[in-house]
Design a binder for this molecule. Structure first.
Ligand code: ATP
Ligand code: MG
Length: 581
């Protein structure tokens, strides 16, 4: 039983000054979390209880897939990272340090290198495959902007799993199984979530899905469609709707003081989608191209990298030295040797409204094929709401999300670079196919709070609540109230509920406020006045509803609630809904 008197859960009346979003403020105010340094936190008893519950949900779902739990060190030798090539690629986010012998180490931001090295000498035969290992462990990333409390911290808890296969088919099978497990984890944590197409970023590989908890405070932008399609805007295919500007002649027009698409559209009184935006960039070899996209869209640099390896936007100085005019670049009269790459959607636009490569001038009626040649067409834009769904053509909707987890098919990226092979049926040496799968456990905790709170505090879903019931005696030390409260708390505990008792000698108002702030799903309030009539009060945090019950009826009600809780836990639905109804 949790006794509030000596439980270390110092609650705060006011929002801490540097807490930026609901989950951050509430976890601090409810005495669950304390900041140690920027992006580094201590979990206090109540916060740690919730964290362990989430860990256990994750653990159960991983075990159910047949994966085995291990624990790797956070401290990783640099040699392994040099082998994979990521010692150089990872950049300043990797926390590096030297030991007393001046040997290089890092604090693991992820564990592909370590696990590949772990299995490469001893997992040798196709007969041992497939194999999935996972751990729940602390990770370190020196984030450029640690913020939003547990959502983007520098030290955090992750569940990371890695799978090894003899080929793509087996990898796909485990990947699908893991995706299902991730969906169940989101459900059991009572998240409102979506699985979205994603970009594989640092990790590499081709196929990946992110699991997003929907929240306005989320850093990720998503698009989705009623047909079931959804994508991170970083990764989603983009089908914009550029509009034609009726002008068939190539005409140079004076556009004084027009530097941006917004100004150009306003100057010509046309929508931004009728203009063409130009951006210049260079590839890894220094070859320069100018990229053209519909004026109402943004360039997706990840997609630009697909058509120009190592793509980088030119700086203002580079543009000037190459004779390019920022704010009026266009495809007609470009300096020699520059390629023209255009968004595929512009194929349907016979005349472009676009810069004239001369300050203060633009062209209208610039026709591809007639006035200039496009060297390559490609998908280049960041997808946004109202673009066409790539699967059904309907208008996409937009939302924001918190990436709580992600699954990846890595293929042979690490096994090849690190020489991790097995012997196939024919005794031939082949690299493993690998998958990796990460759940942000501490980020999930914050995401749950983002979705389950009100102006009074947190509303924990049952499956992750620090305890299910809090018994609140209003007159501590009273001969009747105190023993009765203890008795009820014991009865609850015996039924299998996790119970807290607010045995602090505090005013009723303080206890009620703290109970709501901490967010126990159920409060049982025991007071002198009620007891005189043989009654206690029960409050459900989810709905705020308070009702009186005869004490004699309590055991039966609790037994009923308990049966419901057990069923709910099995089925994964986790909120005390209709508990006493
Ligand atoms: P992000 O794009 O948000 O930086 P990521 O894609 O780099 O995250 P992964 O490498 O996919 O992260 O790590 C797996 C999971 O670990 C993420 O889905 C997320 O839940 C969690 N995670 C990653 N970075 C952080 C962080 N700085 N703080 C808390 N959790 C994190
Ligand atoms: Mg990710």
């Amino acid at each position: 039983m949790l006794r509030m008197k000596n439980l270390y859960a110092p609650t705060l009346k006011e929002d801490p000054a540097d807490a930026d979003i609901a989950s951050h403020k509430l976890l601090l105010r409810a005495g669950m979390l304390r900041k140690t340094a920027s992006g580094v936190y201590t979990f206090l008893p109540l916060g740690y209880r919730v964290l362990k519950k989430i860990e256990n949900i994750v653990r159960e779902e991983m075990d159910a897939t047949g994966a085995y739990e291990i624990l790797m060190p956070a401290l990783q030798p640099s040699e392994l990272w040099l082998e994979s090539g990521r010692w150089d690629d990872y950049g300043p986010e990797l926390m590096r340090l030297n030991d007393r012998h001046d040997r290089g180490f890092c604090l693991g931001p992820t564990h592909e290198e370590l696990i590949t090295a772990l299995v490469r000498d001893e997992l040798r035969s196709y007969k041992q495959l497939p194999l999935t290992l996972y751990q729940i462990q602390v990770k370190f990333r020196d984030e450029i902007r640690p913020r939003f409390g547990l959502l983007r911290s520098r030290e955090f808890i992750m569940k990371d799993a890695y799978s090894f296969h003899d080929g793509q088919e087996s990898l796909q099978e485990t990947y699908d199984q893991m995706s299902d497990a991730y969906a169940r984890i989101c459900e059991r944590c009572a998240l409102d979530w979506r699985a979205v197409e994603a970009d594989s970023g640092q990790i590499g590989g081709k196929v990946t899905t992110e699991f997003m908890a929907l929240a306005d405070s989320g850093e990720a932008e998503l698009v989705y469609c009623d047909c079931g399609y959804s994508a991170n805007t970083e990764a989603g295919e983009c089908i914009p709707h550029p509009t034609t500007y009726e002008e068939t002649e190539l005409k140079k027009i004076e556009t004084p003081d027009v530097h941006t698409i917004e100004e150009l559209a306003e100057f010509l009184s046309i929508p931004e989608s009728s203009t063409v935006k130009a951006l210049s960039g260079k590839d890894a070899d220094g070859n320069v191209s100018v990229l053209f996209i519909p004026g109402d869209h943004e360039l997706n640099e990840i997609k630009a990298c697909r058509v120009m390896e190592g793509f980088q936007l030119l700086t203002d100085e580079e543009m000037t030295s190459l004779g390019l005019h920022k704010g009026s670049m266009g495809p007609v009269n470009l300096p020699d040797g520059m390629r023209i790459i255009a968004d595929s959607s512009l194929k349907g636009i016979p005349q472009w409204v676009v810069g004239a490569n001369e300050d203060g001038f633009h062209f209208v009626g610039a026709a591809p094929g007639r006035d200039f040649q496009v060297d390559a067409w490609a998908d280049l834009c960041v997808v946004k709401p109202q673009d066409a769904c790539p699967e059904c053509g309907c208008s996409l909707k937009g939302a924001r999300g918190i990436e709580v987890s992600q699954v990846f098919q890595l293929g042979t990226k690490y096994s090849e670079s690190m020489g991790a092979t097995f012997l196939d049926k024919d005794g031939k040496e082949r690299p493993f196919y690998m998958g990796c799968y990460g759940v942000g456990v501490s980020r999930t905790l914050a995401a749950i709070v983002e979705q389950h709170n009100d102006e009074n505090g947190i509303k924990w879903p049952l499956a992750v609540a620090p305890a299910h019931v809090c018994v609140i005696p209003l007159q501590v030390g009273d001969d009747l109230v105190q023993p009765k409260a203890e008795e009820i708390a014991d009865a609850c505990a015996q039924l299998g509920f996790e119970v807290a008792i607010d045995d602090r000698d505090e005013r009723a108002g303080v206890k009620f406020a703290d109970a709501d702030l901490i967010g126990w799903p159920l409060q049982i309030i025991v007071g002198k006045r009620g007891l005189a009539e043989g009654k206690v009060e029960v409050k459900r945090r989810l709905t705020g509803e308070r009702s009186e019950f005869m004490i004699d009826a309590l055991p039966e009600l609790l037994a009923f609630a308990n049966r419901k809780m057990r069923n709910m836990n099995k089925g994964g639905v986790t909120i005390f809904s209709g508990m006493f109804s």
